[in-house]
Design a protein around this ligand. Structure first.
Ligand SMILES: *Cc1c(COP(=O)(O)O)cnc(C)c1O
Length: 395
């Protein structure tokens, strides 16, 4: 067998003595009754994982003990952003604890059906800044291309929930659906950076991804190409050797991965990240600040430290956008600022992301953080450092 994932998995299984086979953060899937007879080759097959996603209360209740809030949430979420959980993700969820950070990101709760004041359908006004289907052009030199509406798992805090998800009568994706977007990029020579996101682009078949990347790469003024994904976290089996070898051909290509909690960095996810890194693909992380999930400085610090260990550079922490039905996830801005205060200076600069608020109404990402400039006068800056000590810099 020369599939590197399988080889690596075999190695991991052999290294660990039998009683400790399950990784520290994951249940062994055979421990979950409904998966106990699944062939390991099926388990490692990303199409199998997708096909067997948990989409109903009945199936989920065989894996975790559901609360009434969750049961009602699942019923009410029947629509666009309905529940979809990969069997892999199910092995990371805590069966008993409804506050498990992995579980809360995946299982709808009844609070999602409450829309509060200030919440919007499209808080970042992406639809307004869309010059062509599937394209958002906000900044002068870069565009966002939405490759698909589907994801491996539907995050309950999704900011693009107006678009993302699966409708019951999904129309087949036509190969020419990006023609207008690509033509727009071709005509705009200022666009030097194309961010392919969605949905999750890695949910598409290798050939579809390659067709799109190739067409973007062919545009001579596009220097920088990146893909936004959560697949290494929600469906790490998707990162196959074949996918990685294809991506490698289009270097320089960067990948931004949505990571929110240290529990997400399982051995399996590390393998996926290693495969991407080993192919020379630089990795960054983007996290959403979520109440009760990663809103404590020690958790965020653990996350960024573990990310560096799997060669992922923390890039952004987003304030949770005021999108409808997400109030239960939102923290005050001061919580994010305090997290930044506890990171900068206290740990490696490489571990410190930028905390941003996406300006509601289409302002773009605005950095917010502790203030280190105490006063500024002609030729003189009064600054404080991470310990609160004051320093004067004379120009
Ligand atoms: C986030 C985003 C980008 C990329 O922004 P960077 O700060 O360069 O990562 C581009 N376009 C849109 C619409 C975005 O939301």
């Amino acid at each position: 067998m020369n599939n590197p994932i399988e080889t690596e998995n075999q190695k991991l299984l052999q290294e660990a003595p039998a009683p400790q086979r399950a990784t520290k953060r994951q249940r062994d899937y055979q421990q979950i009754g409904i998966y106990k007879d699944v062939n390991p080759l099926d388990w490692e097959d990303w199409h199998w994982q997708l096909k067997h996603r948990i989409r109903t209360r009945e199936v989920l209740s065989q894996i975790i003990r559901l609360t009434p809030e969750e049961e009602k949430g699942i019923e009410r979420a029947k629509g666009k952003l309905s529940m979809a959980i990969t069997p892999y993700w199910a092995t990371v969820m805590d069966a008993e604890d409804p506050n498990c950070p992995i579980r809360r990101q995946a299982v709808p709760v009844v609070q999602e059906s409450i829309a509060t004041a200030h919440e919007m359908t499209d808080p970042c006004a992406e639809d307004r800044d869309s010059p062509a289907p599937h394209l958002v052009h906000r900044y002068p030199d870069r565009v966002l291309l939405l490759a698909t509406e589907a994801c491996a798992m539907y995050c309950r805090h999704c900011t693009r929930r107006r678009l993302v998800g699966e409708s019951s009568h999904q129309q087949a994706d036509s190969a020419d659906r990006f023609d207008a977007a690509l033509e727009y990029i071709r005509q705009n020579r200022k666009v030097r950076d194309v961010l392919i996101s969605g949905g999750d682009p890695f949910i598409l078949e290798d050939e579809e991804i390659e067709n799109l990347i190739r067409k973007v790469r062919e545009i001579s003024h596009v220097e920088f190409l990146r893909i936004g994904t959560r697949v290494p976290v929600t469906l790490p089996q998707r990162i196959t050797e074949k996918l990685v070898q294809m991506l490698k051909k289009y270097s320089p290509l960067w990948v931004s991965i949505h990571f929110n909690h240290p529990k997400e960095i399982t051995r399996r996810t590390k393998i996926a990240c290693d495969m991407l890194s080993d192919a020379g693909i630089p990795l960054g992380s983007q996290s959403v600040l979520l109440k009760g999930i990663n809103d404590r400085p020690y958790i965020m610090k653990k996350l960024v430290h573990e990310l560096l260990q799997v060669r992922v550079r923390p890039y952004y922490i987003y304030q949770c956008d005021p999108v409808r039905g997400t109030q239960h996830f939102r923290t005050p801005v001061s919580v994010g600022i305090n997290i930044m205060e506890k990171l900068r200076g206290h740990t490696s600069g490489y571990a410190v992301p930028t905390y941003v608020i996406d300006g509601p109404g289409g302002g773009g990402k605005i950095p917010v953080g502790p203030n280190y400039i105490l006063s500024q006068a002609k030729g003189k800056y009064v600054l404080r450092n991470y310990k609160g000590k004051i320093y004067t810099y004379l120009e």
